[in-house]
Write a protein that binds this ligand. Structure first.
Ligand SMILES: NC(=O)c1ccc[n+]([C@@H]2O[C@H](COP(=O)([O-])OP(=O)(O)OC[C@H]3O[C@@H](n4cnc5c(N)ncnc54)[C@H](OP(=O)(O)O)[C@@H]3O)[C@@H](O)[C@H]2O)c1
Length: 281
């Protein structure tokens, strides 16, 4: 049995969908089964919460492989507890969604993920770490201001990064969960080409037939907006640190790992924008 966490989110949703497409019926740990009803019948829906270790232990009964994803400031603590529970349940393999550059522990997101990776390494359970860069789907965060103002605001200057299609991350996760040869591997996953935010905005604009301007905003303005939107302060601080890192050009790495692992090119941002154009119209 494969247990997938985060199935109501971006990457866990891809993993669940692609496992099902491969003829596998995974178990999904979900806080709210109603939110996962699209998977009903095709997957085992298990109501649980990563913040509730007893529910995680119950979800892990009979599980051989775990796809582990968390989000937010509690992530490292939840992942540590899940690893302890996986050990007790004799789980054979953990595939963890990490982040690009985790191994350098240069910024807070990397430190959070590397702490979880170290915990998994010390558990003795076989592991595979997926270390992706920015997801193409982060562009969906722009929908509101694209529609209301024809603009995208971000403190990213001309910094480039190679966004990756979540479907490609899901495909790599499914390979790691279902095929041999991925134990002890950490994969740095990016899209095929580094682009500035302005270039990505132009691609979304073209795909959706809208006029959209990219506005490079000062970090303080971005901070203000995120705090007003109700994001936790510690998370906002980590995001601003990441944005500064990206703006300074430190995040422009492009890898060929998706193509090497999947035997086909990684999906381009243009292709992702074409697939998702309706969301911006
Ligand atoms: N976005 C990027 O560009 C990027 C790049 C590299 C790495 N990452 C990493 O990717 C991860 C986020 O992945 P994502 O974007 O797929 O996440 P997401 O779309 O934000 O979804 C988060 C998932 O986790 C679930 N979840 C949250 N709290 C939970 C809890 N207490 N118990 C059980 N499930 C819980 C959510 O369930 P509900 O539906 O119940 O909320 C949801 O299914 C983070 O670790 C981030 O650092 C992101």
């Amino acid at each position: 049995m494969i247990l997938v966490t985060g199935a109501t989110g971006t990457i866990g949703g891809q993993v669940a969908t692609q496992l099902i497409a491969a003829g596998i019926k995974p178990r999904l740990l979900v806080r709210n089964p109603e939110k996962a009803k699209a998977f009903a019948g095709k997957a085992e829906l298990f109501k649980g919460d990563l913040a509730d270790p007893a529910s995680v232990a119950a979800a892990l009964v009979g599980v051989e492989k775990l796809f582990l994803v968390t989000a937010g400031t509690e992530g490292p603590a939840w992942e540590a507890a899940a690893v302890d529970a996986a050990k007790v349940a004799s789980v054979k393999q953990i595939v963890k969604l990490s982040v690009i550059g985790a191994e350098y522990e240069a910024i807070t997101f990397g430190k959070w993920h590397r702490a979880s990776e170290k915990k998994i390494e010390a558990s003795g359970i076989a592991w595979t770490f997926l270390r992706p860069g920015n997801f193409d789907s982060n562009a969906l965060w722009w929908i509101e201001t694209i529609k209301s103002q024809g603009a995208v605001y971000a403190p990213l200057g001309e910094g480039t990064y190679a966004p990756i299609d979540p479907a490609d991350i899901g495909a790599v996760a499914v390979a790691a969960l279902t095929k041999p040869g991925h134990a002890g591997k950490a994969y740095t996953l990016t899209g095929p080409r580094a682009l500035s935010t302005g270039e990505q905005v132009a691609i979304v604009a073209k795909a959706s037939g809208r006029t959209v301007n990219y506005v490079d905003v000062p970090p303080a303005a971005a901070q203000d907006g995120m705090l007003k939107a109700g994001m936790p302060a510690a998370y906002v601080t980590a995001l601003l640190e990441l944005y500064a890192f990206m703006k300074s050009g430190n995040a422009s790495l492009v890898t060929n790992t998706v193509a090497e692992l999947l035997g086909r090119p990684a999906v381009s941002f243009e292709e992702w924008a074409a697939k998702n154009a309706a969301a911006f119209k």
